[in-house]
Design a binder for this molecule. Structure first.
Ligand code: DQA
Length: 146
């Protein structure tokens, strides 16, 4: 099973960015952890990051026909991006939305996800483990549908 992991804006700043919320591990650490999880789950995973909304839309579009599913942390675009939502709906690939922090427990503007409506599930608040759980949920879903 081939899975594309997409990380949105400012996640490349992990380690520097608000460590009290996101921890002290870096983006490179996150990528390494995702690849380790992928090996353990026997998934073929590619990880990409972009700070640009249109680039994320293009990544989702290009996943069509190439990947079986998507794990996405749209970061701030979670709360605003109809374009990312529409791209997820357009390709129709099963997608799981993940967040490092628990968006329900933060500022009001983070409580609502626009993009989750294009996803089969959401995992929040587990730090790096959110990605492992997201990959696992996607794998379970794919096993029942492929
Ligand atoms: C985030 C939560 C978002 O609200 C925020 O804009 C991010 C990171 C998370 O992983 O906790 O950039 O998606």
């Amino acid at each position: 099973m081939k899975v594309l992991v997409i990380n949105g804006p400012n996640l490349n700043m992990l380690g520097v960015r608000e460590p009290e919320i996101y921890g002290s591990r870096t983006y490179a650490d996150l990528e390494a952890k995702i690849m380790e999880d992928a090996r353990n789950l026997q998934l073929q995973v590619k990880v990409k990051q972009s700070n640009f909304e249109g680039e994320i839309v293009t990544m989702i579009q290009k996943a069509y026909g190439k990947y079986d599913g998507i794990v996405i942390n749209p970061a701030a675009y979670t709360h605003t991006s109809i374009a990312v939502l529409d791209a997820l709906k357009a390709v129709g690939l099963p997608a799981v939305e993940v967040h490092l922090s628990d968006i329900e427990q933060r500022e009001d503007f983070r409580k609502h996800s626009v993009t989750v409506a294009g996803c089969i599930a959401q995992v929040t608040g587990l730090g790096f483990e959110s990605y492992r759980e997201g990959l696992n949920k996607l794998k379970e879903y794919l096993e029942t549908t492929i």
